[in-house]
Design a protein around this ligand. Structure first.
Ligand code: NAP
Ligand code: ZN
Length: 419
């Protein structure tokens, strides 16, 4: 059993029953990790879920049933994704169980499945743009009931104690948030994402979905929506601001729609001249083909803020030059290798900033969903069959998506029942 133990910061400090068993387990853990005094321990593959650890080192453990779950997984970086059976925990008191209806396909899924960030735990079941219906709730769950629509984004847990968590910025949790997939960062069992028929998530990390029609097109809001809304909101994009969006993919097309709805003047920068018309239709006021230096020159010193969503290394100076004095370019694209270093002079001569931003907190994600519902914003999607995921990845690498693939999870369920 000791092999199955890993350790994380506490999320719940309740101390209850079965102290004898707790003592035994805590002893095992203590032997493994003498630094555990203020940490939570989780028993995963051992099918035991740890509820608490306190300063006196008492643990409460409950036996958990597991739920058979169908998924698509990559087993190694060079493998195609293929059917794979996993297990979900039976919902605990604070958990919500969701029957997944649709899951968006983020470029981060591809980076992870192929180990492009060098941190993938295999088997890897990607997917963090999840919408579905609640099928079970634990005794403490207050805001969801069976039959409700629900969403899950990029996170399923965080320490809940650090300053970032206290401020509702769980994505910057000082212990590291638990990702919906590729979750625990040290030891322990992997987390498995939304390319699956069901998921069990702590209520705290489950989102309310208020636009019920075109549910499939709501799924991408759970990552692409919040990853663009959060920096646009943080850097106060709105009326009177001229905002650049670089790259018209999943994130970029959401950024164009959201910045437009926030009232900004939006300039889309794309490497693909054939996306010009779409850019305007989606809400850009101007479209610039970034490979054309003459078109780029028309924007020099004109932009208050740029959101750069490109998934590959490129010349940042070409865009930093377009910022006004005191302007900021925020990177959300996360390429597998570094951008060439930007020139310091472009920054210092106009007091420009180069920044980064990571998804968004739970509260802000709900705010974004409500904002999008109010403004009638959903993603432009291409619906795919689960079995076509590998082909979808190939098209995503070529920038050939209009503008987010979404998996119809009924196709996985059909496949599972036929097997
Ligand atoms: P995507 O749908 O593939 O879109 C990326 C877009 O970048 C492409 O459509 C393309 O638009 C542009 N691009 C320009 N040159 C490119 C090149 N050489 N290779 C690839 N794309 C190029 O990807 P996405 O899902 O929007 O994700 C974008 C990036 O953000 C990924 O790296 C992803 O991992 C990252 N991400 C970060 C966060 C965060 O929290 N910071 C969250 C989610 C995703 P044009 O054709 O218009 O040039
Ligand atoms: Zn994502």
């Amino acid at each position: 059993m000791s092999d199955d133990i890993y350790c994380r910061k506490p999320s719940n400090l309740t101390r209850t029953a079965d102290e004898q068993r707790c003592r035994e387990y805590s002893q095992t853990c203590h032997t493994l990790r003498p630094d555990l005094n203020d940490r939570t321990l989780t028993f995963s593959a051992a099918r035991l879920s740890l509820i608490a650890v306190t300063d006196t080192f008492w643990l409460t453990i409950e036996d958990r049933k597991m739920i058979k779950t169908y998924s698509y997984a990559a087993q190694k970086p060079t493998d195609k994704l293929a059917p794979f059976q996993i297990e979900r925990r039976d919902p605990g008191a604070d958990d919500v169980q969701i029957d997944i209806l649709f899951c968006g396909v983020c470029h981060s899924d591809l980076h992870t499945a192929r180990n492009e960030w060098n941190n993938t735990l295999y088997p890897s079941v990607p997917g963090h743009e999840i919408v579905g219906k609640v099928t079970a709730v634990g005794a403490n769950v207050k805001n969801f009931k069976v039959g409700d629509l629900a969403g899950v984004g990029c996170m399923v847990d965080s320490c809940q104690h650090c300053a970032s968590c206290a401020e509702g910025e769980e994505q910057y949790c000082e212990s590291g948030f638990t990702g919906t997939y590729n979750g625990p960062v040290f030891g322990g069992e992997n987390t498995y994402g939304g390319y699956s028929d069901k998921i069990v998530v702590k209520e705290k990390f489950v989102l309310k979905i208020s636009h019920s029609d075109n549910l499939a097109a709501v799924a991408p809001l759970l990552c692409a929506g919040i990853t663009t809304y959060s920096p646009l909101h943080h850097w106060k994009v709105g009326p009177g601001k001229k905002v650049g969006v670089v790259g018209l993919g999943g994130l970029g097309h959401m950024a164009v729609k959201i910045a437009h709805a926030m009232g900004a003047h939006v300039v889309l920068f794309t490497t693909s001249p054939n996306k010009r018309e779409d850019g305007l239709r989606l809400g850009a006021d101007e479209v610039v083909v970034s490979k054309d230096p003459k078109e780029m020159a028309t924007q020099t010193n004109k932009l208050d803020f740029i959101l750069n969503t490109v998934a590959a290394p490129h010349d940042l100076d070409a865009f930093l030059n377009l910022l006004k004095r005191d302007g900021t370019m925020t990177l959300v694209g996360a390429p597998d290798s570094p951008h060439p270093s930007p020139s310091v002079f472009n920054l210092i001569f106009k007091r420009r900033s180069l920044a980064g931003s990571l998804i968004g907190g739970v509260k802000e994600t709900q705010e974004m969903l409500d904002f999008c519902a109010k403004h009638g914003i959903v993603s432009d999607i291409e619906m795919i069959h689960m079995k076509d995921i590998n082909e979808a990845y190939e098209r995503m690498v070529k920038g050939d998506v209009k503008y987010r693939f979404v998996i119809d999870m009924a196709t996985l369920k059909e496949q599972a029942s036929a097997a």
